[in-house]
Design a protein around this ligand. Structure first.
Ligand SMILES: [Mg+2]
Length: 255
């Protein structure tokens, strides 16, 4: 029996920059569909994973066959970029070189800890450009946190899941990583589509790119992804992403 590919591609260059957990992973049939879709594409688009995971953890998912091998991995909430086509990773080095030399994790932890806010322990090693905290989800706690860090220049504070606060260097993050890739690839803003499911994907949706919000996304992201160029799919996770690519005209259909 002849089987047709699950999704056909309208050939035009674009970048799909997608979160992993809850966006590409989370629904097994969707994961399979996405892998099949990616296997059928002939270099027409670039794929970047933009995730809170460590780089090694993403590489492990690829090794296990859970995810197709992408062109770029933007790990550690977008503070690290890996170009899988370049063993020297010059693109990732250029990205990291934007960080202000005064970036000081110790100072952030010293100032950050306070009422309702504790330090997040990274059991697999402290990332270079991400300070992590737990918070008690109270708005006043977050406000006080912002105030304590107001003496620091060039830091970006991001709360998500009513549980975490990340502090990142201003020039790095999920949105910044995607913008950096867009410029490196010579693409227009309209040739970039992002996908995510939670508050830590916020930056990607604030950068003006086409955005896909799968059905299972958290309200914290749904509430802020309200621009006409944001598409809320009735499908969950990876099927939602494929449905979004269809909606934006990057693919003709998906099974
Ligand atoms: Mg996610």
């Amino acid at each position: 029996m002849k089987t047709s590919p699950p999704a056909s591609l309208i050939p035009q260059p674009f970048l799909l920059a997608s979160d992993i957990d809850g966006t590409l992973l989370g629904d097994e049939s969707g994961e399979e569909l996405f892998k099949q879709f990616f296997a059928c594409q002939n270099g027409h688009f670039s794929l970047a994973y933009v995730t809170g995971r460590y780089r090694w953890s993403v590489l492990e998912l690829i090794r296990q066959g859970r995810l197709p091998r992408p062109h770029f991995i933007c790990s550690d909430v977008g503070t690290e970029i890996l170009d899988l086509s370049d063993p020297a990773n010059r693109l990732g080095e250029a990205y990291a070189a934007q960080v202000h030399p005064g970036w000081d994790l110790d100072a952030i932890y010293r100032l950050g800890i306070g009422d309702g806010v504790t330090r997040q322990e990274f059991d697999e090693g402290q990332p270079r450009f991400q300070a992590g905290f737990y918070w008690d989800a109270r708005p006043e706690t977050l406000r006080a946190f912002h105030e304590r860090l107001s003496t620091l220049e060039g830091v970006y504070i991001q709360a998500s899941y009513d549980t975490y606060i990340d502090v990142l260097p201003g020039p790095l993050g999920k949105g910044q990583a995607v913008s950096f890739l867009q410029k490196q690839l010579g693409l227009s803003q309209g040739q970039v589509v992002v996908a995510g499911d939670a508050g830590n994907d916020r930056q990607m949706f604030e950068a003006g790119f086409k955005g896909i919000v799968p059905f299972n996304a958290l309200d914290e992201l749904k509430a802020l992804a309200g621009q006409p160029w944001h598409y809320h799919s009735p499908y969950p996770s990876a099927r939602g992403v494929l449905d979004g690519l269809r909606y934006f005209g990057f693919i003709e259909s998906f099974a």
